[in-house]
Design a protein around this ligand. Structure first.
Ligand code: FE2
Length: 259
């Protein structure tokens, strides 16, 4: 089965390019399951219930998130009633859940797990031990298992790839918004890429208006950040998973240049 993961959807340029291209990508690549990280889909900061509903309506099956999932207060109760939007599982006591099992278009059960790193990130429970715990409780019949590891540093992400190799179908990194060129399948059959890259405005500094970010670096003043508006690109990976074993057969990057 083919699984599509779309990297961090950032603000309206990110949402627009997904709306414009998702149907075509899914049809052309015979996609069975669509997952996307949407923690910054609302103006570059957080996600709202209305935006989550819109993204699901476009054909995304599961939304993952990260540290910015807490930016919008009205999302807290939404997380408790919409299991297909997950937050990092290693937050110790938070609304929502960090794992969901859904059926693919062809009826294959697929688990999606969201974890967050701890280096230069909020102090959460250990993501490695949290992964152990979640996998120990997961029905052994659920072979297809996707992990979005939302983390800052490459070493922590690569370490998670090796830690989960052979136990999940894919570990794909998010949060840093810059796609990495280390797409591969680890020896145990886990597809891996350190960062999927942002789906949003690339005429920017990781999604934020370039002039504002430069002013902040030059003056160190707390100038209000705003999402950039142009240079939309979509960055995703397509993973071909053997549904009988859960092992990845192939992974490839899929990118689209928009405006
Ligand atoms: Fe993040």
């Amino acid at each position: 089965m083919n699984l599509l993961f779309i990297g961090d959807i950032f603000a309206s340029p990110g949402r627009r390019i997904v709306a414009d291209h998702l149907q075509d990508i899914a049809a052309t690549n015979r996609i069975d399951l669509v997952i996307a990280n949407a923690e910054n889909s609302a103006g570059g900061f957080g996600i709202t219930p209305a935006i989550a509903d819109d993204l699901f309506a476009l054909g995304i099956d599961v939304l993952t998130s990260g540290n910015h999932v807490w930016d919008k207060r009205d999302l807290y109760e939404y997380l408790d009633r919409q299991p297909r939007l997950i937050r990092p599982a290693n937050y110790p006591d938070a609304p929502g859940k960090g794992i969901v099992t859904v059926a693919s278009r062809s009826g294959i059960p697929c688990a999606v797990i969201n974890l967050q790193g701890r280096t230069y990130m909020p102090s959460t429970d250990c993501p490695f031990r949290t992964a152990d715990h979640l996998l120990s409780e997961l029905d052994a019949g659920v072979k297809v298992r996707f992990v979005d590891f939302h983390a800052e540093v490459t070493s922590e992400k690569i370490a998670m790839g090796w830690y989960l190799d052979g136990r999940v179908s894919a570990v794909i990194g998010t949060h840093t918004h810059v796609p990495t060129a280390d797409t591969r399948i680890l020896p145990g059959g886990t597809a891996y890429q350190t960062d999927c890259g942002m789906t949003g405005p690339y005429t920017s500094v990781i999604g934020v208006d370039t002039t504002i970010v430069l002013q902040r670096f030059l003056t160190a003043l707390p100038i209000r950040m705003e999402a950039a508006k142009s240079g939309a690109e979509l960055h995703a990976v397509i993973v071909d998973v053997d549904e009988s074993t859960g092992r990845a057969r192939a992974i490839r990057r899929h990118a689209i240049n928009g405006d």
